[in-house]
Design a protein around this ligand. Sequence first.
Ligand code: OOB
Length: 540
Amino acid sequence: MSADVVAWPPETVARYRAAGHWRGQTFGALLTALAAAHAERTAVVGGETRWTYAELDERAHRIAAGLAESGVRAGDRVLVQLPNVPEFLPVVFGLWRLGVWPVFALPAHRDSELRHIAGQAEAVAVITVGEHERHDHAATARAVAGAVPSLRAVHVVGSAEFGDLSAARPRELPDPDPAGVAFLQLSGGTTGLPKLIPRTHDDYLYSVRESMRICALTPDSVYLAALPAAHNYPLSSPGVLGALHAGAKVVLAPRPDADTVFPLIEAERVTITGVVPPLAAAWVQAAGRTGHDLSSLDVLLVGGAKCGRELAERIGPALGCRLQQVFGMAEGLVCYTRLDDPDEIVLGTQGRPISPDDEIRVVDPDDPLAASTDVVPDGAVGALLTRGPYTIRGYYRAGGHNEVAFTPDGFYRTGDLVRRTATGHLEVVGRVKEQINRGGEKVAAEEVENHLMAHPDVLDAAVVAVPDAYLGERTCAYVVPADGAAPTGVQLRRFVRERGVAAFKVPDLVRVVDAFPVTGVGKTSKRDLRAALAAHEKEG
Ligand code: OOB
């Protein structure tokens, strides 16, 4: 692997191979095997489209050939910004067959994020859609291509050009190195813009295989992707990849609301899906008044943000299915409650790791650079560190940042505050990282602060989380105006939006103050800002 990617130490690689975790299979080879085993079974349903495994496989071959003809080469990066359309799958498998790394942008990302991601990855092309949910993705992609020198092409799914590309004659392609990088995922981010996460065929397929097993997927399962499939959770926990690996049927929902999803659950006899807590709450509400038959639903995964006990208890009775909690991160580690765990565990914890080789350390929460040996006793709250067969050892091209995000012995500092039970289950109780978890959508405080500070009337900005009954958390931006200026909340929110950021990052609340409270060393005290906000909310 190149110097841009931090590899696992050779002795660790040998251990993961010997344990059978890393099997030397690529995603392309996996799809070939699936097409042979399940040729005529339905692989994917989305809108009016239904493709069998054989059709999916052939499309992936054609797209790989078409992209190769367009000049894309193994090791190149291609930015993929696709909502839940069926083409997502052949595009991604096509890129994998070529050894090209998809870079997974979310549909919500806009100019600012896309430029950053494409620039960091030095992507050579963008694959996107035209108009979707009232946003012209193709126009945004072209603007980004104009600003990022490495970008040579924009392919728009549904266009005539894309039609030609995906009609190319399949050709023999050498299988890429399974130990090499397969794609770049995005981090939720804590500092500035999202970091790129290099995942290999070997490591990711291990997590997909085990997720499929833990979630009991079989060829008779029907997995519904309600959240955007490019996100690590619906992609692999167990997600569309876990479902395909099992030979199951994947149903892509264009939107996650109950009015869209419930008819799909009924029509396709969906057995399993995954949502974030606010969506679970909305589905629970909607289930009471729906005429739709949800009886096929066996398992609802809930994760991405903390699922509180109250909500956890309502899911089974309201939706007539089992709850499975999932706590994961794009950097690697994924924990699940198991389907045969007692209620106490399923309702009250976020599960336990996938792998016996996931190493978990709960360390001193007050030291941001705590060593992996500074552990707290079981039952005490500490900062979660982890290392294992599908957790990265470093972000892509992020030398300096890696020194704080990872311990010298290779543990990832998740930034999550957890308690570990004597049984090895984790309960997520909070966070040390400067990130707001807006119902599963992650907002890096610093990124939004930087946008606010670009406003000429803003002297200083600090973004903190406000507790919210529906989303869990919302964002509040505290702003100190420049001399004599008096920007309003409405103006500042519009300003951030017009800088081309994902809508979920526009501050929910804006408070203009004269000065920030400071800590002993003169840093802005976010703790005091949160306390002031709590007091303010209480006053009403
Ligand atoms: C998933 O991945 P990311 O990368 O968007 O976010 C990871 C972060 C975690 O570090 C934690 O802060 C939070 O999201 N989180 C949870 C949680 N699941 C994720 N916090 C509390 N309870 C949970 N159950 O969000 C993700 C990736 C794979 C599977 C599931 C979620």
